[in-house]
Design a protein around this ligand. Structure first.
Ligand code: Y12
Ligand code: CO
Length: 174
């Protein structure tokens, strides 16, 4: 089932999500719905809070060299923790909860993450480049942070001004 994505400035996006305690059917349905919702909206990553569920669960489905996404490549990370990180990189990020805004964000170049899969098995993953960016972006959602919070002061102000202008314009349209 495709769920509704909550968008900035919804206050739920700024709250810390809770640990997953039960690896049950309800969690599996949530993860399946998150996948369907992410694909329907052309996303490559989604955290549970973006569909209004405050649980520490996220999915990532990066495209291949041709830009195609394959379900076999889907990553599901439950209760993830970054245990090691190295270096820095800058990538132009976007977020389904902040539609139509993209900007350059600096993050670690390489991260090692420990997490659980949907069955509750403990896993570890090393990543760099785009996957490392996606993991850090989605993990920020679990702690109630959006990528726009990483913008320098003036860029953030510009974003907020443009956002208000856009909101006014869509309201006027009806
Ligand atoms: C690198 C950078 C950011 C991430 C986090 C995951 N971000 C996304 O999946 C963003 C998706 C996105 C898709 C959009 O397209 C549609 O909505 C159709 C989009 O465009 C508009 O809002 C118009 C914006 C963002 C991982 C790795
Ligand atoms: Co996001």
């Amino acid at each position: 089932m495709i769920r509704q994505i909550i968008t900035y400035p919804d206050k739920r996006l700024f709250m810390r999500s809770n640990e997953v305690e039960r690896f049950d059917k309800e969690l599996h349905t949530l993860l399946d719905d998150m996948y369907e919702t992410m694909r329907a909206k052309n996303g490559i990553g989604l955290a549970a809070i973006q569909v209004a569920v405050p649980l520490r669960a996220l999915i990532i489905n990066l495209p291949d060299e041709e830009g195609n996404q394959h379900k076999e490549d889907l990553l599901e990370l439950i209760n993830p923790i970054i245990v090691e990180s190295k270096g820095t990189q800058v990538y132009t990020e976007g977020c389904l909860s902040v539609p139509e805004y993209y900007d350059d964000i600096e993050r670690a170049k390489w991260v090692r993450v420990e997490y659980y899969d949907r069955e509750g098995n403990k896993k570890s993953l090393e990543s760099e480049g785009l996957l490392a960016v996606a993991i850090q972006h989605e993990m920020d959602h679990l702690d109630g942070h959006l990528f726009i919070e990483k913008l320098p002061y003036l860029k953030r102000k510009k974003f907020e001004k443009e956002w208000k202008k856009k909101k006014k314009a869509t309201k006027a349209k009806g």
